[in-house]
Structure formats: C-alpha cells, structure tokens
Write a protein that binds this ligand. Structure first.
Ligand code: BJW
Ligand code: ZN
Length: 253
C-alpha cells in the first residue's frame, strides 16, 4: 500500500512494536548534503563512471588515483555534513523500544554521530583504511589526505578504504548480525535505499517472511515496494520524525 504521509494506523503499529530494525541507504544522508549513488537514472557518480565501475577492486588496482580522488572528495563532503532529522529520529527511538538495530549500507558514520549505538555497518566505514601490502587496519580521519593515493605509515604499501566494494563479500560476522536482527524483529523500516544491491536487498523480504511489518520510506518506489506493507512516499528527514514514541498512548509514559 502506498501512502503520502504517516497515518494513525502506521503510528499505532510503531507504538506497539517491540524489536525494530531500520535498514538505511544513501537517501537517509541525502538531506545532510551527501550525494546518493543512483539518483537520476544511473547518472555517473565520478568522472563519467557509475558506482558499479568505480567502487570495485579492479578500479582500485587499475587507477588508484582516480579511485582515491572519489573517496577523498566524499571524505570532505561527509566531514562537513551533520546528521539530519532522520538520523536523529532513529537515534531517539533507541530509548523507547526493547531493541532497535540500525543496519546501514552507508559508510559515513552519521547514524553514530546522531547518537545511535547499535549500528551494523554492512559496507564498512570511510573512516577506516587497510593496507593492501601488510594488511594493517586503522582509523584514518585525515581530511584532506596528505597524498593521493594514501600510503601505509608502517610499510609504504597502498591503502584502501575499509569498505565493501562490488564483488567483495560483506564480512560474514556482520551479515549474520544483520540477518539475526532482521529475522527476529516485528517492525522493519527500509529508508532511503534503491534496494538493488545485494546482499542488503534480501533483508526486507527476510523480515516479511518472518512476519515483521515492513515500512518503506523513500520519495520513489523501489523493488521493496512490492514486499512492503506500507511505502510512504517522502523524504526521510520529514517522515521519520512523525513517528514519535512520545505521542498519546505511547508505552512507558
Ligand atoms: C531518499 C532521499 C531522501 C533520495 N529520503 N530517500 C545477487 C543478485 C544480483 C547481483 C548480485 C547478487 N549478489 C551479488 C551481486 C553483485 C553485487 C550487486 O548487488 N550488484 C547489483 C548492482 C545488481 N553485490 C556485491 O558485489 C556485494 N557483494 C556480494 O554480494 O558478495 C558475495 C559475492 C561476491 C562475488 C560474486 C557474487 C557474490 C557487495 C556490494 C557492495 C556495494 N558497495 C557500495 C560501495 C560501498 C563503499 C562506498 O560507499 O564507497 O555500497 S556500492 C553503493 O551501493 C554503496 C551503497 O551502500 C549501495 C547501495 O546504494 P543505496 O544506499 O541504495 O543508494 P542509492 O543511491 O542506490 O539509492 C538512494 C535512494 O535514496 C533512492 O532510492 C532515492 O530515491 C532515495 N532518496 N533522497 C529518503 N531525502
Ligand atoms: Zn602496510
């Protein structure tokens, strides 16, 4: 069912939920000024390349400068960005439910900066790097980077962002956490994702299969719309704050 805003019935579902999962994608950070990947019908994200080409290990090996220019640019944008009302609403929900798990495909850490604690980062973080030569993983928040591509301080090897590129696997332990939370929730939100990238894209159907109520929030319909109990067509920063646990009838008041 498609909605233009949040109805009383949907608010009631929200207030009665016990274990909630919020699966997020780039759209949840769009109102913070962070560009999405697939807006406008497959538009290129960097130097004429779609995300499926640039976010690959092949690109990192073939042209580490272009690859890292894109990541350096995004680090600059994200460093300046602030969490928006969508991130803040989700963080505030944590206090109300028995369990609230954020499963994000984003690498920007804006959920954590808004105050969310239980965040499963499916695609890693832009603020960690690892060395292709010695394998050392470290936090790296330098903006701007001193050199492109950046080099490992211990061995001089090429660094890469500690993110999941196309063709790479989401770490098993991380995906298991996402599956466990999804399979045992009673309310599952899907917010700001085109839901075309696997394995994240299987989670809404898994939630539905386990009888969760699935609410999608996106200005556009996606493949999830067919699975969702409710698709609310709108921007995350405008819609999510309308789900407020503090309204009349909320539990725990
Ligand atoms: C708003 C809004 C507002 C705008 N409010 N909403 C099975 C079937 C088919 C293919 C595959 C498959 N299994 C594996 C694959 C291959 C591949 C894949 O899925 N390809 C598809 C393109 C078809 N998957 C993989 O390779 C994955 N690995 C894997 O499966 O390993 C096992 C394996 C290995 C080898 C072979 C086979 C299997 C890994 C995927 C890694 C994706 N990585 C990236 C980059 C991460 C690092 C980085 O950020 O730099 O992750 S790609 C990019 O896409 C990024 C995102 O997290 C991800 C999803 O994008 P997202 O978040 O949905 O963003 P957009 O831009 O697509 O959508 C934004 C949405 O927001 C839109 O809907 C807007 O309408 C909406 N919006 N404003 C609310 N204000
Ligand atoms: Zn090294």
């Amino acid at each position: 069912m498609i909605y233009e805003s949040v109805t009383e019935e949907l608010k009631e579902r929200f207030r009665e939920a016990w274990a909630v999962v919020v699966l997020t994608g780039a759209g949840v950070s769009a109102e913070s000024g962070v560009p999405t990947f697939r807006g406008g019908g497959g538009a290129p994200v960097w130097k004429g390349m779609p995300v499926e080409k640039i976010a690959t290990p092949e690109m990192l090996r073939a042209d580490p400068v272009t690859f890292w220019e894109w990541y350096a640019y995004r680090r600059e944008v994200i460093e300046r960005a602030e969490p928006n009302p969508a991130h803040r609403a989700i963080a505030a929900w944590e206090e109300y439910f028995e369990r609230l798990t954020v499963i994000t495909q984003n690498v920007d850490e804006l959920h954590q900066r808004a105050g969310s604690h239980a965040v499963v980062e499916l695609h890693g973080s832009l603020w960690r790097v690892r060395c292709l030569q010695c394998g050392v993983r470290s936090e790296d928040r330098r903006v701007p980077l001193p050199e492109i591509p950046p080099r490992c301080p211990s061995c001089g090897g090429l660094l890469r962002p500690d993110v999941v590129l196309f063709g790479e696997s989401v770490p098993e332990a991380i995906f298991s956490q996402a599956v466990a939370a999804t399979a045992t929730c009673d309310l599952f939100f899907v917010v700001g994702t085109s839901a075309v990238v696997y394995p994240a894209a299987v989670l809404p159907a898994l939630a539905k299969h386990n009888r969760a109520f699935v609410i999608e929030v996106n200005p556009e319909t996606t493949p999830v719309t067919e699975v969702a109990d409710a698709t609310i067509l709108g921007r995350a920063g405008e819609i999510l704050p309308l789900f407020s646990p503090r309204e009349n009838g909320a539990r725990g008041e």
